[in-house]
Design a protein around this ligand. Structure first.
Ligand code: ATP
Length: 249
């Protein structure tokens, strides 16, 4: 996938790069057409946030790193938008916290599943889960309920970026700790998250990896203290305030 020929100094560089990657993802059979719509929605929220990581999102990214480091079996869910936007960064995060990567699609087709698995492998992934599909998330219709029993099915902590609200809710009901990356603080996914990360995935994931590397030597007590100090409702309120008023304090 070739990237755009626009200088990085261009004020809309990140936004144009994002659009280009999603478009290339559709052409490569990785991203669905619905994914284009999801991208448009995300972009609007990012614009209102000032296309930056607000302080409460940075904190949520650090808290997420702490959860991932403490997890018994962390899994990072990847869909068509995520694979198109930041495949290498997902692989790096998975390596930094020793998590599995699992492909999980809203509109599941075997073709797209396989295209995404190959795409992640081209970007450095070793094992990618999702194709076995021998587990089910209770409360969802057949296709959308499919997961790997030894992946998301048995995970205690799951990173769910750009997830649809129904599935995020159903995963929460299974008792999983959900770290949700979603630019819309009012989406159901963000609302049901253990940790809502209201930030663009392109910024959020590298920052989670950086925090995970910084916290690698921290004790269990230190990691638990970071988690205990976090309040999801406050993070959502801070993001909504930043969007509505431009003020993130
Ligand atoms: P819900 O059911 O949770 O209320 P939805 O069905 O509206 O949400 P979708 O449109 O399926 O959600 O999912 C897309 C979500 O992902 C949107 O909330 C959008 O803001 C978010 N999103 C899109 N692109 C990005 C991105 N690059 N980084 C972070 N979030 C994004």
């Amino acid at each position: 996938m070739s990237d755009i020929e626009i200088p990085e100094s261009h004020p809309r560089y990140q936004s144009l790069l994002t659009r280009h990657r999603i478009e290339a993802g559709v052409e490569k059979g990785i991203t669905s057409k619905q994914g284009l719509i999801a991208q448009g929605r995300g972009e609007a929220f990012d614009y209102l946030l000032g296309e930056r990581t607000i302080p409460s999102a940075d904190e949520a990214e650090r808290v997420s790193a702490a959860y991932l480091l403490l997890a018994e079996h962390p899994v990072i869910s990847v869909n068509g938008n995520v694979a198109a936007l930041c495949p290498e960064e997902m692989v790096e995060l998975a390596e930094a916290v020793d998590a599995d990567l699992e492909v999980n699609l809203f509109n599941r087709t075997e073709e797209r599943m396989e295209a995404i698995v190959s795409h992640l492998r081209e970007h450095g992934a070793d094992e990618v889960k999702g194709l076995t599909a021998d587990g089910r998330i209770p409360g969802l219709d057949h296709e959308r309920a499919k997961v790997d029993a030894d992946g998301i099915g048995s995970a205690d902590v799951v990173v769910v970026p750009l997830e649809d609200g129904d599935r995020a809710e159903a995963l929460g009901e299974m008792g999983k700790t959900e770290l949700v990356i979603d630019l819309n603080p009012m989406s159901r996914s963000a609302q049901v998250a253990t940790v809502p990360i209201v930030d663009n995935i392109m910024r959020a994931v590298p920052n989670m990896t950086k925090h995970a590397r910084d916290l690698k030597g921290a004790s269990r007590e230190e990691l638990e203290a970071i988690i205990d100090a976090f309040d999801a409702d406050e993070a959502l309120a801070a993001a909504e305030k930043a969007i509505r008023s431009g003020d993130d304090t």
